[in-house]
Design a protein around this ligand. Structure first.
Ligand code: DX5
Ligand code: ZN
Length: 225
């Protein structure tokens, strides 16, 4: 039996928004651990997606923790509106914020769990100074902007490096990977230290989304045996 349980955070970016509540209940019944909401502003990334209105709709549809991933240039301006909308985790990219430490405190003081995300080309050192102050380290395995892209395997040494720091320093943030996750890449990511797997297209675009979710989790847990 696996010693650790892999958590799955389906990203609603690939859900059918005409039936968002049903889509969320479907993944919840299939065993989803969190719901990932991809927030893009057309500046930090070349796409515009979801905002606090959707987070509050997700909040009404489920009691699962909501993991809001802010891919925006002004997280310090907008983070609190996501907490108010009901996000449990608010994750931002530190390069978009002049004072990341201050924003981590603001998010925590508002009652949510703060996290930092790191893009594929950026070194692990970008988030190292903050590791004792975050609840979630989100390691991007695609360049953010769109679902359905291919997993960038070159990120694995960085993932392993962050997992190593966590172990050596006895820290307790969760390590999440996001982008191109399906059964094969889930296993690879989990074997390099990922604990929470985000997946959009591999779940919501599958013929049988509950089976796809279970397959991704099982593949991740295989890596821990
Ligand atoms: C990428 C987003 C991801 C994305 C994942 O910019 O942050 O969460 O929706 O999509 P898939 O799982 O299809 O790669
Ligand atoms: Zn995301």
């Amino acid at each position: 039996m696996p010693t650790h349980r892999i958590r799955i955070s389906p990203s609603i970016l690939s859900a059918d928004f005409t039936r968002l509540g049903e889509e969320i209940r479907m993944v919840e019944r299939a065993g989803a651990d969190m719901i990932h909401v991809d927030v893009m502003d057309g500046h930090f990334v070349p796409n515009i997606t979801l905002g606090p209105v959707i987070v509050s709709a997700v909040r009404r549809a489920t009691d699962l923790p909501i993991d809001a991933h802010l891919m925006i240039t002004d997280p310090d301006v907008y983070a609190l509106s996501f907490v108010e909308a009901g996000a449990d985790y608010v994750v931002f990219h530190s390069e978009a914020c002049p004072e990341p430490r201050r924003l981590l405190d603001v998010i925590r003081d508002a009652g949510a769990r703060p996290g930092l995300a790191i893009n594929p080309p950026n070194p692990a050192e970008q988030i190292e100074p903050f590791l004792s102050e975050i609840d979630l380290a989100l390691v991007m395995t695609v360049n953010p902007g769109f679902s359905g892209q291919s997993f960038i395997e070159e990120v694995m040494p960085k993932l392993a490096q962050i997992a190593g720091w966590k172990r050596e320093r006895g820290l307790d943030f969760a390590i999440e990977v996001d982008g191109g996750i399906g059964p094969a890449t889930a296993r690879l990511a989990a074997s390099n230290g990922a604990e929470v797997l985000v997946a959009a297209s591999a779940i919501f675009c599958a013929e049988d989304p509950p089976a796809a979710l279970r397959e991704i989790r099982a593949a991740g847990e295989q890596a821990l045996i």
